[in-house]
Design a binder for this molecule. Structure first.
Ligand code: DSN
Length: 425
């Protein structure tokens, strides 16, 4: 199985550096024999993986297609242009920059393109489902910009547009950010744009699609266009491409600023092997089967959510519209913490991350919640029926307080389920 995937490259590595080779094959075995429920992770296709591991890594290509600071970029121009064209087609927009090394780097360039240091930016804080690059104090965003937090309605645990509009009137931000790391509901981009337009002079609307980009690209979640001025995303979550970032817009002037702020503003040489893999990933995203996949991600999330509720868990906001759910563990067992659940579940071969729930009384390294997502299980071909089995396994482990015997039994069931839905066919 691994041989098919690596086309002999692993044998080469095994001879050249057995120590690293052993670690890589162990990781491949870990991935193939465990259930991946981290909402931001996925399994790329062999084609995407191969593109990352190519000679495109050998080249410096600072600049953009047709305007590079180094010679020898003919094929790098071709592959970057192809990636740009495919990204634009995928999201139905006019401009794409495929060079950001990550989602956080994309956000650095977006902030620099749209704001000056000291400007006021409104965003959802990380404790309520936002991202650290949207304004956390210790991050560049919280260091160089004045961040005003908006929050979720404490009762519904959903975005409260009246409260957001009120804050915008009060603080007159330069930019408002929407798009989150742990928000299970549809984002109303039009409502955000209305709020931006009501700010005197108009606030910039930035949409960070990192989690939901695949759903947006396939119409399974509404698009931020034409509402957002600038759109950032990662390429490796629901998009299932290589680890990296992407910035999109429809405005030529904004696009020029974005290009300048990615290079030379915040990055040097682009990772051309990753850009080649982004092109391959976007090519996959444009195929009809990717839309079927994204619909199934959401159907699976709904099925998993319903099954967990039947097992006695409370879901923040009452459920999910997208690929993820936030599970409040306290209803099932007031003493259960996210940290304990994450550790016990890993011993049973189920990989999750502890996550604070809105207004969580416990600290971030403990938490009262888990964030669960279905993109990776859906990549394996699992459907609603398997989500019922996964919910049972989750509950067996957590309901037993991580009993070693129960975890060992579930570990075997996990191996069986993984074998029925292999990663690499
Ligand atoms: N770390 C990512 C996530 O898990 O959502 C966001 O960058």
């Amino acid at each position: 199985m691994l041989d098919d995937l690596s086309n002999g490259l692993l044998e080469l590595l095994e001879q050249h550096d057995p120590e690293v080779s052993r670690i890589l094959t162990d990781e491949a075995t870990r991935q193939s024999t465990t259930l991946e429920l981290i909402a931001s992770e996925n399994h790329v296709s062999p084609a995407v993986m191969h593109a990352m591991g190519t000679w495109m890594t050998n080249k410096y290509a600072e600049g953009y297609p047709g305007k590079r600071y180094y010679g020898g970029c003919e094929f790098h121009d071709q592959v970057e242009e192809l990636a740009r064209q495919r990204a634009k087609k995928l999201f139905g927009c006019k401009f794409a920059n495929v060079q950001p090394h990550s989602g956080a780097n994309a956000n650095v360039a977006a902030f620099m393109a749209m704001c000056e240091p000291g400007d006021t930016i409104m965003s959802l804080p990380i404790k309520s489902g936002g991202h650290l690059s949207h304004g956390l104090k210790v991050n560049f965003s919280g260091t160089f910009y004045k961040i005003v937090d908006y929050d979720l309605d404490p009762k519904t645990e959903r975005l409260d547009f009246d409260a957001i509009a009120k804050l915008a009137r009060q603080h007159k931000p330069k930019m408002i950010i929407c798009g989150y790391s742990a928000y299970p509901r549809v984002i109303d981009f039009a409502a955000f744009r209305t709020i931006c337009d009501e700010v005197p002079g108009g606030a910039v609307l930035m949409a960070d699609l990192a989690h939901i980009a695949g759903l947006v690209a396939t119409g399974v979640h509404p698009s931020p266009f034409p509402h957002a001025h600038i759109v950032t995303t990662t390429t490796h979550k629901t998009l299932r491409g290589p680890r990296g970032g992407l910035i999109l817009s429809n405005d030529e002037e904004i696009a020029k600023k974005i290009d300048r702020k990615v290079f030379p503003g915040s990055q040097g040489g682009p990772l051309m092997h990753i850009i080649a893999a982004k092109a391959v990933g976007f090519g996959e995203n444009l195929r009809p089967e990717f839309k079927t996949y994204c619909k199934q991600i959401v159907a699976n999330a709904k099925a998993l959510a319903e099954a967990l509720v039947k097992h006695g868990y409370r879901l923040c906001s009452g459920g999910t519209d997208n690929h993820l759910m936030l599970v409040d563990l306290r209803q099932r067992d007031p003493n259960l913490t996210g940290a304990d659940a994450e550790k016990w579940l890993e011993s049973a071969g189920i990989i999750v991350n502890k996550n604070g729930i809105p207004n969580d009384p416990r600290p971030p390294m403990v938490t009262s919640g888990l964030r669960l997502g279905t993109p990776a299980l859906t990549t394996r071909g699992m459907k609603e029926k398997e989500m019922g089995l996964v919910a049972q396994m989750l509950d067996r482990v957590m309901g037993s307080n991580g009993d070693a015997k129960v975890c060992a039994e579930v570990r075997e069931d996990v191996r069986g389920l993984c074998a029925d839905f292999p990663l690499w066919h």
